[in-house]
Design a protein around this ligand. Structure first.
Ligand code: SF4
Length: 355
């Protein structure tokens, strides 16, 4: 007789599962929460370094809650999906005011916090509190859609409902932390997106997709929708000491709260931009356009490099929306977008010679 799914999976985990991830030592609720948020859309190998740095800076909920937002975004620079960092910060502040600086050990209270969805709340309970809880992240969805040959795109409500029910049925009453880690590990190491290693899989015996020779059909892909393309100019304004002009993005929307080279409409006149800040430009050079793709649109960016004459002009702006940033050895800790990092490191284009 076939043993239960969880029994086979846990036996495999005991031999082959990942037990040396930094957030497993110790597996405390705060550390599990931070790792779970970082792991959304991001590989374990990338997350490890960020996680260790983050923990060194913010060893507790209270440390995170009282930090300036810029410091949090600075430590997130390069990880992408910055709403995650802003929500972490807001959730830590809510934990201080509402939960005495601790993560609540309750599914509804966790889900009421910014950025914590049902699966993340389940992972925190299972891993951080070792109580029975159900998870359904990307890896688990892949395993369950294949194992149960669940038809339809998992983002559809009816399919998601089936998957949550399946996930619940399979979750054992004991060893919750190990089981959730085991099913995530199975998805990350054997039941991978391309070429899963079914020969080594502990639950292959009753895997419906394997039996039907349809493993590559699951999970169903997201129905395709063409992404629109937007265009913009971005100004990389440098003083003679290497200081660069940055503007802070509004809190809501793309790159919310991050610092970026000033972005203007693609047909904005360079002279209008220079006049905005009263800049005395020695040289204005247009670079090659490049594309940055967000989840829901492409942004074609034309970089414009401006070298200033003389001293840096004082910035007269509304609030703190712009500043001079010193990329080399400066003390300012700012959250920069990936595009800002790229543009600040970009070489100057060749001057265009008159024809
Ligand atoms: S048998 Fe293959 S497809 Fe089925 S769950 Fe295991 S690794 Fe995934």
């Amino acid at each position: 007789m076939t043993q239960p799914f969880s029994t086979r999976l846990l036996a495999w985990y005991d031999q082959h599962g990942r037990k040396d991830l930094p957030w497993q030592h110790p597996r405390a609720p705060y550390r599990v929460w931070i790792s779970e948020i970082m792991l959304q859309q991001t590989q374990v190998t990338t997350v490890i370094g960020y996680f260790e740095k983050f923990m060194a800076h913010f060893p507790s909920v209270r440390d995170l809650a009282k930090a300036p937002q810029d410091e949090v975004l600075h430590l997130w620079t390069g990880l992408g999906y910055y709403a995650r960092a802003r929500n972490l910060h807001k959730a830590a502040q809510a934990m201080v005011t509402e939960h005495n600086g601790e993560l609540p050990g309750d599914l509804d209270a966790l889900q009421a916090l910014p950025g914590i969805g049902r699966s993340t709340a389940g992972a925190i309970l299972a891993q951080g509190f070792d109580t029975r809880a159900v998870i359904l992240d990307g890896n688990v969805k892949r395993v369950l859609t294949r194992h149960g040959a669940v038809e339809g795109f998992p983002g559809r409500t009816a399919v998601a409902k089936t998957l949550w029910e399946l996930a619940d049925t399979k979750t054992p009453d004991t060893r919750s932390a190990d089981y959730t880690q085991a099913i995530m590990d199975l998805g990350a190491t054997l039941c991978v997106r391309r070429t899963p290693n079914c020969d080594a899989c502990p639950v292959s015996q009753d895997c419906a997709a394997l039996k039907a020779n349809r493993v590559s059909d699951f999970p169903y892909p997201k129905p395709k929708k063409a992404k629109p393309t937007k265009t913009a100019r971005m100004y990389i304004v440098r003083g003679s000491e290497g200081d660069v002009l940055l503007e802070q993005r509004p809190q809501e929307g793309i790159w919310g709260g991050l610092w970026n080279p000033p972005e203007r409409a693609a047909d904005y006149a360079d002279s209008s931009f220079l006049a905005e800040y009263d800049l005395d430009a020695g040289e204005v050079l247009q670079g090659s356009p490049f594309r940055h793709t967000f989840s829901h649109y492409h942004l074609d960016i034309t970089p414009v490099f401006v070298a200033l004459n003389g001293a840096l002009p004082a910035l007269v702006t509304d609030g703190d929306a712009a500043l001079w940033y010193q990329p080399e050895g400066g003390q300012q800790q700012l959250g920069l977008s990936a595009v800002a990092v790229k543009l600040l490191a970009a070489p100057l284009p060749e001057p265009q010679l008159p024809l």
